[in-house]
Write a protein that binds this ligand. Sequence first.
Ligand code: 1GP
Length: 248
Amino acid sequence: MGVEESLNQTIEKKGAVHLTLIDPDSQEPEEAGKIAKEASGAGTDAIMVGGSSGATGVTVEKTVRSIKSMCDLPVILFPANASALCEGADAVFFMSLLNSRDVNYITTHQAIGAPLVYKYGIEPISMAYIVIEPGGAAGWVGDARLIPRNKPKLAVAYALAAKYLGMHCIYLEAGSGADKPVPVEMVAAVKKAIGRETRLIVGGGIRDGATAKERVKAGADMIVTGTVVEQVQDIRGKIEELVRAIKS
Ligand code: 1GP
């Protein structure tokens, strides 16, 4: 079974999935492997590997290898551009930053990366990436025309466009380490418009179970957390809290 199918099954059975994001630029590969092991023990569903800057080439490859040696979870690349692709991952969020002003982030990096995905035999999971205020480094690097927090209709418009273009997942991103996560009203409005089968991913600034749960109740199918594991001593305890909160 592919990674996308297995995530879909978990969503159907448990209501939502939790994804742990590891930025290869934030720690040594060995440490990344340990974090993944703790996250796996805590019940996270897959490990995402990527970051807006510094997550390229050998750094990504060594991190993926270390994670794969420490746990059995699927590893999904979350690349800022084609230089973050590598062999050894199970899947890649094959994404287009729909609200970027820069055509490179909408289609050019994808054209450069697609033959590598093909060559490496990585499963592509099509995804629309939509960056919401404050947007963080992802918004800056990707030159996003940030969606204002109080304009859910703009997020809905992009999400519907993504659905009609055939994308399977839509990621509402507030930016890594955001002081405020994507508003619940925006999550609800987008889910209402895209329906059950298009999967809604929400991330950026989610640090506790209650915040994650509110967004799942509003319609998020996948919750991504990254920064919080870099900030706590008890990685397993924190991820257990998040996982428990979002699974029915
Ligand atoms: C960033 O949405 C992810 O791309 C995760 O954000 O680091 O704030 O958890 P955090």
